[in-house]
Design a protein. Structure first.
Length: 134
C-alpha cells in the first residue's frame, strides 16, 4: 500500500505542477491577447486621427485655391509691402490676424506709387500692366 500511496502522491504532485504550468500559460496567453487588442484599438484611433487630419488639410487646400486672393496669405508680409495680383498692385496695411482679407490691403495707383520708396519700380509695373481691351 505504501508504494501505491507513493505513486498516487507522485501522480497528484505531477498533476498539480502541470495544472500550475497550464494556468501560467493561460495567463500569459490572456496577457498577450489583451496586449494585441490594445494595439489594434490604438491603430484604429491613429487611423481615424490621420483620416481627419488628411481631410482637414484637403479642405484647407481646396478653400485656399478657391479664393482669388489666396496669394495674400503670406505670413512674412509687413506693413507697406507690395503684393502683385491679377487685378493690380496692393499695399499691405498691416493686420493683427494672420489670414488676411482684402480690407488689410489697399490698391496702389500712380499717386500711391509716387509716394513710395520704390517709386520707379512700382510705376514701371503699373505702366507695363496690360490694359483691358488691348
Amino acid at each position: 500500500m505504501t508504494i501505491t500511496r507513493l505513486v498516487f502522491c507522485i501522480g497528484l504532485s505531477a498533476m498539480a505542477l502541470h495544472g500550475a504550468a497550464a494556468e501560467e500559460t493561460a495567463r500569459v496567453d490572456d496577457g498577450r491577447v489583451e496586449w494585441l487588442r490594445r494595439i489594434d484599438e490604438a491603430r484604429e484611433r491613429y487611423d481615424a486621427f490621420a483620416s481627419r487630419v488628411a481631410a482637414d488639410l484637403d479642405r484647407a487646400v481646396e478653400a485656399r485655391a478657391a479664393r482669388e486672393d489666396a496669394g495674400l496669405d503670406d505670413p512674412t508680409l509687413r506693413r507697406g509691402d507690395i503684393v502683385v495680383t491679377a487685378t493690380g498692385l496692393l499695399m499691405f496695411k498691416g493686420s493683427s490676424k494672420f489670414i488676411y482679407d482684402r480690407s488689410d490691403f489697399e490698391p496702389v495707383g500712380e499717386a500711391g506709387a509716387r509716394r513710395s520708396d520704390h517709386c520707379a519700380a512700382l510705376l514701371g509695373i503699373l505702366r507695363a500692366r496690360p490694359r483691358a481691351g488691348r
